[in-house]
Design a protein around this ligand. Structure first.
Ligand SMILES: *Cc1c(COP(=O)(O)O)cnc(C)c1O
Length: 366
């Protein structure tokens, strides 16, 4: 057999539909992509200024010194508390590679972000998947699942695909009870979108729990998904292990410079957060009027419960030029995950949903 045995049971990541595919298939001119939680407001203009430097024949700085300085300063941590990756996705792979192997196990919610499971299986670890309730991690049950072979626990907050958060007291209670030799990954890809009062205190977490790895990214609110850069904040010991595992030049010179530029523009981030909150609220109010339910989200997406099969509803939206993610593939049947786009696109999405809703209700009445 070719390759590790487990690879035969796994599939390559199946991304949402691409804009050009949808245009061709449905003969549409304009597509609104609301399937990958990208920032509809783009990215900071400061990022465009980095492209004048053309030194692409030179390897990037494998230590990301300049970015590391800016980041350490911003987060008030030491330089060696940070690890960079080609997106936080790569860091998830590195964590699995560093801590998981045959005979170990790892605890996670189910459903949740799919990459934890995927890479844990590739490393030969056993999974202990604890079902969510109402889209929320069941932390007590996750704690109880930990045994002497558990190496890593994954907490996704805000969770993808529900958007639900683990609040501060829940998190500290969990951390207080969790054995210190178990690595706890806090995947906070949407951290910047969270309500201030629910954002965990990085300093407190880092100082009190040396077994935590916080994952954050430039892909979501910073709008740099195409450049692939994310980071982990953790104890120096764990950072060292991840540095041993990662590729020597895993982030590109472009992505490092873009990240530095993006970090100079707090106004862009605050604006994105504000506009997202406004449009999210309008969308929720719209769903309330047609009595469609949704999960509590502190992100730039909303998991919406659909009155018919989610694949069927997604196809209807596709035909009307909106790409969303069907919950069927995400473990939440009869839901769709919709990225919060800009105000105009979301208004036109609402029209389309209303049309669908009215048609459905007329059919029921007849
Ligand atoms: C988007 C996302 C990531 C990965 O982001 P990168 O682009 O790889 O940085 C990780 N975790 C969650 C929960 C996400 O939604």
């Amino acid at each position: 057999m070719l390759g590790k045995k487990i690879l035969n049971d796994l599939s390559a990541y199946k991304q949402g539909m691409q804009i050009e595919d949808v245009k061709k298939e449905f003969n549409l001119e304009r597509i609104v992509k609301l399937s990958s939680n990208e920032n509809p407001y783009g990215y900071s203009e400061l990022v465009n200024e980095i492209f004048s430097k053309k030194d692409f024949e030179i390897y990037p700085d494998g230590y990301s010194y300049d970015l590391r300085m800016v980041m350490a300063n911003k987060l008030a941590v030491d330089l060696d508390n940070i690890v960079f990756g080609a997106g936080s996705d790569e860091l998830i792979t590195c964590i699995c590679r560093a801590f998981l192997y045959d005979g170990t196990n790892t605890v996670m919610a189910t459903p949740t972000f799919s990459q934890y499971r995927h890479h844990a299986l590739i490393e030969g670890a056993n999974l202990k998947e604890i079902p969510t309730k109402n889209g929320r991690h069941q932390l007590e049950e996750m704690l109880q699942a930990i045994d002497e072979n558990t190496k890593v626990v994954w907490l996704c907050t805000p969770d993808n695909p529900t958007g639900e958060v683990i609040n501060n007291s829940e998190l500290t209670q969990f951390m207080d009870k969790c054995p210190k030799d178990v690595v706890v990954v806090l995947d906070a890809a949407y951290y910047e979108y969270m309500n201030k009062e629910d954002q965990f205190d990085l300093q407190h977490i880092l100082n009190n729990y040396h077994n935590v790895i916080v994952l954050r990214t430039f892909s979501k609110i910073y709008g740099l998904a195409g450049l692939r850069i994310g980071y982990g904040i953790t104890s120096k010991k764990i950072a060292h292990l991840l540095n041993v595992v990662r590729g020597p030049f895993n982030t590109s010179s472009i992505s490092q410079r873009a990240a530095i530029a993006a970090l100079q523009d707090d106004e862009f981030v605050q604006n994105s957060k504000k506009k997202n909150a406004h449009v999210l609220k309008q969308f929720q109010q719209f769903l309330d009027t047609i009595q469609w339910e949704y999960y509590n989200s502190q992100t730039n997406f909303l998991l919406v419960k659909t009155p018919i099969d989610a694949d069927e509803f997604s196809t209807f939206l596709l035909q009307n030029g909106f790409i969303v993610r069907s919950g069927t593939a995400l473990g939440y049947p009869n839901t769709v995950r919709i990225t919060i786009g800009n105000e105009k696109d979301m208004e036109s999405l609402q029209h389309t949903i209303l049309e669908f809703h009215n048609k459905l209700n007329n059919e029921v009445v007849e």
